[in-house]
Design a protein around this ligand. Structure first.
Ligand code: SF4
Length: 370
């Protein structure tokens, strides 16, 4: 496997692939009179395309647009505000992932709240939240549950374990997101012309190839499930170009060693056991119907939204344009704050905070090329 990965970033393999993609893109231009536009759905793809130089190499040939698949970037202000309000209460411990600490809410970040003495802890493994709850039975432990279908099964395990241990001091604040509703939202809105999707490698392990059939069947658009190495990305883009030129919308699985047709049925069963669809707010977009998951009623004792009555504030308007970035409406450098008021040391929006955010990727790897 390591050898395959090494080969996938070998310039002797990648450079001919870049050339092949450029040739195919020329054919596309000849037929349609414009560059093709493909959206990468996943934040890891956004970072891989920028870091490997694939995006820069193809900038004159293919319009590669970053999409809404970075879980930190799409987390709404209200969930951050709620966590800060929760941390204000007596005897509470907030647990979250490192990236979330610097994501701005309406009036501050979890990091700032921590510096004022609130007990907010960064976890490397979500299961540490259970250990913390066991060790602090006099305190309420609240875990901020973010992520897409890749992470959600882990949250099921947390609830299973909390239930088995009959923990009365552990809850999850769910602000998870689902891939299908956001892709449907983007396609229904029709604000960006898209000719295909580079579909996420990780999420697809859970969802499976068949879960994307609505793209060709209902929207007439293709998708290629791709890995993360340069050669894999280039191969995915080449296949999308081929499908577009044939005008033959299809889902192709270019990551078959890991992604199966039906996905991980065990993980899906775990999600079904504990969660039910709910409307969910997306940063800079607003609420999308049934685009998230909430904890089922029978496990509501582990639902932080039910246990703690937090008044949700309206999101505050800011100059950050992350909402437009994650919808593919603008590229990061079109935001007037990019690289000036907003940079990795002083991020104004989550797309600059996140290790997978478009603004962060653009700042780190693509500034010189604009
Ligand atoms: Fe938001 Fe900063 Fe990106 Fe602008 S550059 S969209 S302020 S994260």
């Amino acid at each position: 496997m390591l050898e395959i990965l090494k080969q996938s970033s070998n310039p002797d393999i990648c450079m001919p692939l870049v050339q092949a993609v450029k040739e195919k893109a020329k054919e596309y231009y000849h037929v349609y009179g414009r560059k093709p536009a493909f959206m990468e759905v996943c934040g890891s793809h956004t970072m891989a395309l920028a870091k490997s130089g694939v995006k820069q190499s193809l900038k004159d040939d293919v319009n590669l647009i970053s999409g809404p698949g970075c879980p930190v970037c799409v987390t709404d202000q209200q969930s951050i505000d709620a966590m800060i309000t929760l941390a204000d209460g007596e005897n509470r411990i907030i647990c979250t992932f490192g990236d979330m600490m610097r994501v701005p809410g309406s009036s501050g970040t979890l990091m700032e709240a921590k510096t004022t003495g609130r007990d907010i802890r960064v976890l490397y493994s979500p299961t540490d939240a259970i250990r913390i709850a066991l060790e602090n039975q006099d305190k309420q432990v609240i875990f901020l549950g973010i992520g897409f279908e890749t992470t959600i099964p882990i949250l099921s395990i947390l609830i299973e374990e909390a239930n088995r241990l009959q923990l009365g001091n552990f809850t999850v604040w769910m602000t998870t997101k689902l891939v299908e509703p956001i892709l449907r939202y983007l396609l229904d809105a029709g604000d960006v012309r898209l000719d295909g999707f580079i579909l996420p490698g990780h999420v697809s392990i859970v969802l499976g190839e068949d879960s994307y059939q609505y793209l060709p069947n209902e929207y007439g658009i293709s998708g290629v499930i791709s890995g993360f190495e340069p050669a894999e990305l280039l191969s995915g883009i080449y296949k999308l170009l081929n499908l577009s030129l044939k005008n033959q919308p299809l889902i192709e699985n270019d990551h078959p060693s890991i992604v199966t047709k039906s996905g991980n049925t065990v993980a899906k069963e775990w999600m079904d056991r504990y969660f039910t669809p709910c409307d969910e707010a997306w940063r800079g977009i607003g609420v999308i119907k049934d685009s998230g998951l909430d904890i089922k009623e029978e496990f509501s004792s582990f639902n932080a939204k039910k246990r703690f009555q937090i008044e949700m504030r309206e999101p505050k308007k800011t100059k950050c344009r992350c909402g437009e970035v994650i919808r593919g409406l603008i590229s990061p450098e079109e935001c007037r704050l990019f690289g000036k008021a907003c940079n990795p040391l002083n991020p104004i929006g989550p797309c600059m905070v996140s290790a997978e955010g478009s603004c962060s990727a653009f700042y780190q790897f693509m500034r010189e090329s604009v």
